[in-house]
Design a binder for this molecule. Structure first.
Ligand code: ZN
Length: 238
């Protein structure tokens, strides 16, 4: 694959999706940096995974190592002041009347991408990469393709500098995301994702399943488990 000379900034949480996005960016762009947000998540397990995943990626894929640049962790603790959700308070995760899980922080992705764009501008990056997805998404309206296209225009105008928002997972199912990471980095990448990424809403890393660590019952674990099972099933039929 020919290399894109632009610098990309990947919104990288340490989960499966953003790790697939990071690999996708490393396979394309000559320079890739990562950004994460600390907004008082109830469990910091995911954030703790970030550095380890970056290190493991550089070790397992020497061709990607020179492209992997700095990591940035922004403190967005102020989100705690405007949210009252299961992610930041000790409440059970449940579906609300509007069909969104109560883990939803309104407009969270809009805020993340605006902060990412401001940092990207200062770092000379003109591509933002995020794992937003319409296919399996939990109803988050700020993950929609049209939302992100509108945001790309607003950010590019507001910075007076082109800023592309790439969302490689937008139309993929969870099974197809596993297949994408296999295409990018083979079984080695999927093994790394299974072992080192974190998805579980409850922050459980005491139970290891075929698809990785997690409680196995929360909505995030269910999505990951079912996606992995479908991916294995699809592979068996290929
Ligand atoms: Zn879980």
């Amino acid at each position: 694959m020919s290399q894109d000379p632009r610098t990309a900034l990947v919104v990288f949480s340490g989960g499966q999706d953003s790790t697939a996005c990071l690999a996708w960016a490393l396979a394309r762009y000559s320079h890739v940096e990562t950004i994460g947000f600390d907004y008082g998540q109830r469990h910091k397990v995911e954030l703790d995974c970030r550095g380890r995943i970056r290190t493991k990626l550089a070790q397992a894929f020497p061709e990607w190592a020179p492209r992997l640049g700095e990591d940035h962790l922004l403190d967005l603790g102020l989100l705690g002041q405007i949210s009252d959700t299961a992610l930041t308070e000790s409440r059970a995760i449940e579906m609300q009347a509007n069909g969104l899980p109560n883990t939803f922080v309104p407009g969270r992705n809009l805020l993340f991408l605006n902060f990412a764009a401001a940092l990207a501008y200062r770092r000379g990056a003109s591509v933002l990469v995020g794992g937003m997805c319409e296919t399996d998404y939990s109803g988050y309206p700020d993950c929609r393709d049209n939302t992100l296209k509108a945001l790309q225009v607003a950010i590019s105008l507001g910075l007076d500098s082109p800023m592309t928002i790439e969302t490689p997972l937008m139309w993929l199912t969870k099974a197809q995301t596993w297949a994408l990471s296999e295409t990018l980095g083979g079984q080695a990448l999927n093994d790394l994702i299974i072992e080192h990424t974190h998805t579980c809403y409850l922050g459980d890393r005491s139970q290891r399943h075929a698809w990785g660590y997690g409680c196995g019952h929360c909505p995030a674990c269910e999505l990951r488990r079912e996606g992995y099972a479908q991916y294995q099933h699809d592979k068996g039929n290929a």
